[in-house]
Design a protein around this ligand. Structure first.
Ligand code: PHE
Ligand code: ZN
Ligand code: ZN
Ligand code: ZN
Length: 295
């Protein structure tokens, strides 16, 4: 039988690493390892019955692509999007950043399809190119939407780095509860934050908020007023003593010491963090497939 859950996610990560190794050590936008990554993801979504589209665009680094995959069923006037950037930096294979987010939303999509359910809303999964060059793919996508298409997107959930080896458990601070951000995000963002916090609590861990300032592909969505949210296990930031007490791991060290480096391999992933985030993603998929916003 095919793998499911986090074991399947780990298999996807292994495959993404092999793709990088076979293509000069990276999966950067415009490089062959990126296209091979996209082909790998697309084949599985096609096989599972998703309707896939490849959107081509160009960057300074050359031609690259976004991959979109949506459920054939569900209300096209009420689309719930899940996204992750599939490109790496050119210095390494990009397994935590962002093989983890890509593989996790891929597996959540495959597990949802295997359940046989037909969603009330339409689900659309996005794999972005050229995030590392400045959110180029997600910006291109949002800019390409007609007014009508934009209005049909009810929510966007983003997953960028969800298996950091010295993991933190963060959700984007959509309600700006700490008052340190740029104010609350589009209405509905707070509700997404709450659902992800509850799902991670269910998986056994207490979250903290993290800046909702546009440092990943949700940026172009909130800029046009689409409610958004997501989870994050930390990048170059340092884990505090209090966070190490609460979450385990090493205080005084980076959440991801291999951030943007050649050592961002399959050995640079905390499987428990990845599993907890996958559970939160799957909860969001099954909940919002039926209803968003929640009553
Ligand atoms: N977008 C950053 C990168 O890919 C990582 C990041 C994600 C930072 C989410 C903050 C919040 O390098
Ligand atoms: Zn990055
Ligand atoms: Zn990233
Ligand atoms: Zn908050």
């Amino acid at each position: 039988a095919p793998l499911t859950g986090v074991a399947a996610v780990q298999e996807h990560l292994q495959e993404l690493q092999s793709i990088a190794e076979a293509n000069g050590g990276n999966r950067a936008a415009g490089q062959p390892g990126y296209k091979a990554s996209l082909d790998y993801v697309k084949a599985q979504l096609d096989e599972a019955g998703y309707v896939t589209t490849v959107q081509e665009f160009s960057t300074l680094g050359g031609t690259t692509y976004n991959l979109l995959a949506e459920t054939p069923g569900g209300d096209a006037g009420n689309v719930i999007m899940f996204g992750a950037h599939l490109d790496s930096v050119s210095r390494g294979p990009g397994i935590n950043d962002n093989g983890t987010g890509s593989a996790a939303i891929l597996q959540a999509a495959l597990d949802y399809a295997a359940s046989g359910a037909t969603p009330t809303n339409k689900l659309r999964f996005a794999f972005w190119g050229a995030e590392e060059q400045g959110l180029v793919g997600s910006t291109y996508y949002v800019d390409s939407l007609s007014e009508e298409e934009r209005g049909q997107i009810a929510a966007y959930l983003n997953f960028d780095m969800v298996g950091s080896p010295n993991a933190g458990y963060f959700t984007y601070d959509g309600d700006d509860s700490d008052g340190e951000g740029e104010g609350p995000g589009p209405e509905g963002s707070a509700q997404i934050e709450q659902l992800l916090n509850d799902a991670l609590a269910q998986a056994g861990v207490e979250t903290e908020g993290t800046d909702f300032d546009g440092r990943s592909d949700y940026g172009p969505f909130i800029e046009v007023g689409i409610p958004a949210g997501g989870t994050f296990t930390g990048a170059e930031g340092t884990k505090t003593e209090e966070q190490a007490q609460k979450w385990g791991g090493q205080a005084g060290e980076a959440f991801d010491p291999c951030y943007h480096q050649s050592c961002d391999t399959v050995d640079n992933v905390d499987t428990q963090a990845l599993d907890r985030n996958l559970q939160a993603i799957s909860t969001a998929v099954t909940t919002y497939a039926e209803q968003f916003p929640q009553p």
